[in-house]
Design a protein around this ligand. Sequence first.
Ligand SMILES: N[C@@H](CCC(=O)N[C@@H](CS)C(=O)NCC(=O)O)C(=O)O
Length: 216
Amino acid sequence: MTVTITAFERSPDRGKGLARDMPVRWALEEVGQPYRVRLVSFEALKQPAHLALQPFGQIPTFEEGDLALFESGAIVFHIAQHHGGLLPDDADARARAIAWMFAAQATIEPPIVDREAARFLESDKSWYEERRSGVERRISRRLGDLSARLGDADWLDGAFSAGDLMMITVLRRLESSDLLNPYPNLLAYVARGKARPAFQRAFDAQLAVFTAAASG
Ligand SMILES: N[C@@H](CCC(=O)N[C@@H](CS)C(=O)NCC(=O)O)C(=O)O
């Protein structure tokens, strides 16, 4: 059955691969599942046809046969459950990999998104600097804990898993800042993820969309 995902017609990140279709593309590439991409404009995101698939009017979505899914983490989890290579066979190791998927989105990502929201929406406020440094302290505490846990391992728990895919996806949002710099092992971890051929294919595919839109 053909898989169709949605992505921005014109990604505001200008092809940096930070939009959340990226982890879905990456997961599909890791497991070797071909997919189609339906590009959606900002206007179309908020129309009934898209809201029926994604109640919050966002990308990404995933459709396969009768199944329609939203939430990048849930989509990656679904892909990982139905194909080999992204979750270990051993039940306990599998549970731990899933815990890392949740940790990426529920523990590491929130202050990172908070920082982005503050930059976009509040940078003209008199209290912005105080807010920014508070959020960055929260991010750094999380990064310090993550760095300590990763240590000198290649991946968070044994072999590369959907947990690493989600964690690296989230950490990439910090690449344009200096917040990862105190943690060379996290920088190396992100670089290892990005060096995976599946990541590169996913990245190139989303970049091609941006390049085509920019030249069209
Ligand atoms: N928790 C959702 C977040 C989805 C999300 O924030 N999508 C962004 C792009 S990365 C979006 O569609 N933004 C447009 C909007 O919210 O109007 C997920 O992980 O899928």
